[in-house]
Design a protein around this ligand. Structure first.
Ligand code: SF4
Length: 400
């Protein structure tokens, strides 16, 4: 059975914090059980905004990889790699740039947003304008079916889908396509071939989209098809020609708003984070110095958890009985703030304990991480090379 591929990447920003864990990594850990996943360090993306200070990128990438592993991303289940170690991404980016209208890039909503947000940087660069295209190349090169995204990133996936369509439309006519497609149909075996033909006719004569989905399901069941034949058959179904680049779908990830130490969203730029592997004493110190409801000046002043950032952390880390204890104790001045913070400290330390343990193995022997990445890069390159062979051929660059 053909399994749908999931692709996701993260810019190397150094040590990750609990916001990354709750917002992204927990989701990755779940996805890796369900799909073949490719997770990559987007180091070239870091350069699109950080081109004037690239010094820390390598260390940040390695630290981030340790954090992924610490969080439970399992290299036996998922492929972990570094974008710049798979130069095919750059080649696809270049080739796509030849056919991407400039207006498409200028229209990407984050383009102007980011420029305004990072006003202290000169982002009127070619690389920055092209970063959505690089992102598309990252996705398309692995023929990823699913990209986990937050609501705000959906336009990027839509952009990628449009690009794939434009590419397939422009270059998808391989010589002898019909003959090759008919040969591929025969490889399905007589029963499945008949079903496929029926669905194809239903779609092409009546425009029946269900028929397309059913035919795709039939193709998904066939294990022995090569990637090239599979794509021909997808293209032949819809009458478009060979589908060289796969239009990705997305898995909408619920936005997690992990609160930081000051009640705002946890973020490095607000300086309100607890890192994934923050030392225990530092966790305790940070939580103990968190601001609380200003009404609680003295121990016997009652307060209101709704006005306190510590309460937001209780909502992440505490069970119902603890939360009741906080509500009652705070409002009646039955508990002090230091007492109230302890279950939060315990909850964070408990969450971090297995991460610390897993990370230690890699910190003791950093070659383990290097080997995981080397294997991952090799595997990713195999997929990428396969796509690039088709892309080059379609664009007339296969010099036989
Ligand atoms: S008792 Fe707890 S919830 Fe109430 S103000 Fe103090 S820290 Fe906040």
């Amino acid at each position: 059975m053909y399994a749908e591929r999931v692709l996701s990447g993260m810019r190397p920003t150094g040590s990750l914090h609990l916001g990354h864990y709750h917002g992204v990594l927990k989701n990755w850990v779940n996805l890796q059980h369900e799909y073949p996943c490719l997770f990559f360090v987007a180091d070239w993306h870091a350069l699109t905004t950080q081109y004037d200070s690239p010094q820390g990128i390598e260390k940040a990438s390695m630290d981030m990889l340790v954090d992924w592993l610490a969080a439970g991303v399992d290299p036996n289940q998922a492929t972990l790699f570094i974008q710049s170690k798979v130069p095919e991404h750059a080649e696809l980016h270049l080739l796509l740039s030849m056919m991407t209208p400039l207006g498409w890039l200028e229209r990407v909503p984050t383009y102007k947003d980011q420029q305004e947000k990072l006003a202290n940087k000169d982002l009127s660069t070619y690389g920055f304008l092209g970063y959505p295209l690089l992102m598309s190349a990252d996705i398309l090169i692995y023929r990823a079916d699913n990209v986990p995204v937050g609501e705000d990133q959906i336009p990027h996936v839509e952009f990628t889908r449009e690009l794939a369509r434009r590419f397939n439309h422009m270059y998808g006519r391989e010589p002898g396509f019909e003959d090759k497609a008919r040969e591929a149909v025969k490889k399905l075996g007589s029963k499945k071939a008949r079903l496929y033909e029926e669905m194809r006719t239903r779609f092409q004569q009546n425009g029946d989209r269900d028929a397309i989905e059913q035919a795709k399901a039939v193709l998904d069941e066939v294990q022995h098809l090569s990637m090239a034949d599979r794509e021909r058959l997808f293209g032949y179904l819809e009458g478009t020609g060979k589908m060289i680049l796969v239009e990705p779908g997305y898995l909408l990830t619920e936005a997690s708003r992990m609160p930081g130490l000051d009640g705002q969203k946890m973020s490095k730029s607000y300086n309100n984070t607890i890192t994934l592997r923050e030392p225990e004493e530092s966790v305790a110190k940070k939580v103990k110095s968190m601001p609380t409801d200003p009404a609680r000046v003295r121990r016997n002043d009652p307060g209101d958890p709704a006005k306190c950032p510590v309460w937001q952390l209780h909502q992440v880390y505490s069970d119902d009985s603890c939360k009741e204890w906080v509500q009652h104790g705070c409002k009646t001045a039955g508990i002090g703030c230091i007492e109230c913070k302890q279950p939060v400290i315990d909850g964070i330390l408990k969450e971090q304990a297995p991460m610390r343990e897993r990370a230690q193995v890699y910190l003791d022997d950093p070659t383990l991480v290097k080997n995981i990445v080397a294997d991952g890069c090799e595997k990713a390159r195999e997929y990428a090379r396969e796509t690039m062979r088709d892309v080059r051929e379609a664009m007339g660059l296969e010099y036989h």
